[in-house]
Design a protein around this ligand. Structure first.
Ligand code: WT7
Length: 647
């Protein structure tokens, strides 16, 4: 059956940068001669000294090497701040909407420059210099952006850690990149509750657990007082007290790292994805402009968190590089109630709203209450990111948030891709609810079977990207071998996304989700291995296996099988205890939905857990388990089916 198609609303199509014809023409040019294409597009960024080289990239096995604009020099902070002065000095750079309804702030580009430069001088005072790593564990406040930009200004490499992560997760990330300084706040606020950021950092750093950290900078965001530990801790306001607002941006090479961002893989510890400066800035700013068809006077709101790549590319670097007014929201879409998003849109006259399907489904669960109390007439474009958007959520978003006037731009990309790869760019194409549609310029998505053979026409397969693009990650921090292994070894000479996709008869892409052991829970990426390793760290857990199952609100839920050590009683109290344990070991985002006691796990004769079977049981598809002939002990499966929880 052909999918339902929506035309780009005329009001958008008439003025959009792209038309179907101009998109096709530009796309063809980008593929025919990437070197020439990006040589031209690279100029959208200010360079201190221009590049002569453009594309030097190899996906060759054993020699994955990705460089763009490699002899150019620039500074990312300069591009987000200084270059907008004086023309946009009085323009609002950041609108901040606090967790509580009546709390907000406007920051102009001139003020942004002052804040960033002063804080950059503060970091220098603490001994932070070019190439040093700085961890940022902050609430969604403008200072989080100042901190990122200040690092970029002095050439320090930031590693933002999502404010929802627990002390252990902080320590792992700080230690992996050997951060010298941690920037945090006393507390964050989310949905009316306090988030104990500083206490979490204290726990992470306690007992010499993070030996590389010399200093912790603490923003006093709420009134709650915490003891500072001298000489390690310093208040943000005291640090910048005597700093001036002159701080010349460091001259960085295009391939100098801009930031590290940890993300979950299918195995082992989180991976420190490294993005460099030149190509990333070109790609983040260009995709931001095209995906949202940005206009000079737009108020743009990406409701993500700076702890994720979406916050990096589409709250901070992309919009600010484009001189766009970017809104930062500290709270959650459902506080004080589901009408909040609409009210924030009206209050700040937001033109572009970019959020995640999980947020949309949370609002949708309350009927049309989310549309009450606001007109949302300022909206022109809606965006979606983080997971496949189901057609029901798409249509609800389109009708009830966008008043059936605004296109829904479903953007497919990843931490590793730096920016959007596939989307219905306005007005390059029509829209089909649930389809991410078409590749951005320079992106060559292809489908392959499990052996890597190319699949043509309308079909489904593993999604790979042939060839490189400027915004792509360059390596994993300290582990280039793992970088090659993870993305370039399953299929040779191409980048493997880890996602499956379908291509329809019109050539449009539909992302079907991860084909590896990575979960997507409420748009948050989690490795099953990470959750398992948190579980087995508990003394009563002998073995644990984690799988995902479809969840109406969260996209995927977390289903856990636990084998307890001999002699321990598997009680309901223990279940509660283990849930609490995972939340505090890793993060509340990893909260198990179900814990099933498993006297044994289905294993092959060589001892490998057969996750396929566990997945089917969790998904209630146990009537069709497929081939179970390699099981060491088939009776294990019957007992798991009998005691399954997700009925
Ligand atoms: C994974 C990447 C992209 C920034 C936020 C998440 C899934 C992301 C979509 C989409 C279907 C999507 C993929 C991808 N994903 N966007 N529009 N449609 N799936 O970044 O944490 O690196 O997660 O999110 O499975 O691989 P991330």
């Amino acid at each position: 059956m052909a999918a339902k198609t929506y035309a780009m609303p005329t009001a958008v199509a008439e003025h959009a940068r792209l038309s179907p014809a101009s998109y096709q023409e530009k796309y063809a040019a980008s593929i025919a001669d990437p070197e020439a294409f990006w040589r031209e597009e690279g100029k959208r960024i200010n360079w201190f000294s221009p590049y002569s080289k453009v594309k030097e990239t190899s996906y060759a096995p054993g020699n994955v090497n990705i460089r763009w604009f490699s002899d150019g020099t620039l500074n990312a902070c300069y591009n987000c701040v200084d270059r907008h002065l004086p023309k946009r000095a009085d323009k609002t750079a950041i609108i901040w909407e606090g967790d509580e309804v009546d709390v907000q702030k406007h920051v102009t580009f001139r003020e942004l420059h002052e804040h960033v430069a002063r804080f950059a001088n503060g970091l220098k005072k603490l001994g932070v210099g070019k190439g040093d790593r700085v961890a940022i564990y902050m609430p969604m406040v403008p200072e989080a952006a100042y901190a990122m930009l200040a690092c970029a200004r002095i050439g320090a490499v930031h590693s933002v850690i999502f404010g929802g992560f627990s002390p252990n997760a902080i320590a792992d990330r700080v230690n992996d990149c050997e951060a010298k300084v941690v920037i945090t706040a006393n507390e964050g606020r989310r949905g009316g509750k306090a988030v104990p950021l500083k206490p979490n950092v204290d726990k992470a750093l306690s007992k010499g657990a993070c030996p590389t950290v010399d200093h912790v900078v603490i923003l006093k965001h709420t009134d709650t007082d915490y003891e500072l530990e001298a000489p390690r801790d310093v208040w943000w306001h005291e640090l910048i007290g005597d700093c001036d607002t002159d701080c010349s941006p460091e001259v960085m090479n295009a391939e100098d790292p801009l930031f590290i961002l940890y993300t979950s893989g299918s195995t082992g510890k989180p991976k420190g994805v490294v993005h460099t400066t030149g190509g990333y800035m070109v790609y983040a700013s260009m995709t931001h402009e095209y995906a949202f068809d940005i206009r000079e006077d737009d108020v743009y709101w990406c409701a993500a968190d700076v702890g994720w790549i979406t916050g990096h590319s589409y709250i901070v670097y992309g919009p600010l590089a484009n001189g766009t007014t970017t809104l930062m929201f500290e709270g959650v879409p459902t506080y004080p109630d589901v009408s909040r998003i609409g009210k924030v849109v009206d209050k700040h006259q937001v033109n572009i709203l970019y959020t995640a399907p999980t947020a949309i489904r949370a609002l949708m669960a309350k009927g049309t209450a989310a549309a009450k109390g606001s007109t949302r007439e300022s909206l022109r474009i809606l965006g979606s990111v983080g997971e496949p958007i189901n057609p029901e959520a798409w249509e609800w978003y389109y009708n009830h948030i966008g008043n059936s006037q605004c296109p829904v731009i479903d953007t497919f990309w990843q931490t590793e891709t730096g920016g959007i790869l596939i989307a219905p760019f306005p007005a390059a194409t029509d829209m089909k609810p649930g389809s991410a549609m078409l590749p951005f310029f320079g992106i060559k998505p292809k489908l392959v079977d499990n052996e890597g053979h190319p699949l043509e026409g309308a079909t489904e397969g593993n999604l790979i990207i042939e060839d490189s693009w400027p915004g792509q990650a360059r390596t994993l921090w300290g582990d280039h071998e793992r970088f090659e292994q993870t993305y370039f070894s399953t299929y040779k000479n191409v980048y493997f996304t880890g996602d499956g996709a379908r291509r329809d008869e019109d050539g449009h892409f539909w992302i079907t989700g991860r084909v590896d052991d990575v979960l997507n829970v409420s748009g948050h990426r989690l490795g099953t291995a990470e959750i398992e390793s948190a579980l087995v760290a508990h003394e009563v857990v002998a073995e644990a296996a984690v799988v995902g199952y479809p969840h109406d609100l969260k996209g995927q839920g977390i289903y856990v099988y636990v084998t307890v050590v001999d002699g321990v009683n598997a009680t309901d109290e223990l279940r509660v205890e283990l849930v609490k344990w995972v939340r505090s070991e890793l993060s509340p985002i990893a909260t198990p939905d179900f814990i099933q006691w498993a006297p044994g796990l289905p294993k092959t004769r060589s001892g490998k857990i057969m996750r396929r079977i566990l997945r089917k049981i969790a998904c209630n598809e146990h009537s069709n388990l497929g081939d179970t002939s390699t099981l060491a002990d088939p009776s294990v499966v019957d007992s798991l089916i009998e005691n399954r929880l997700n009925r």
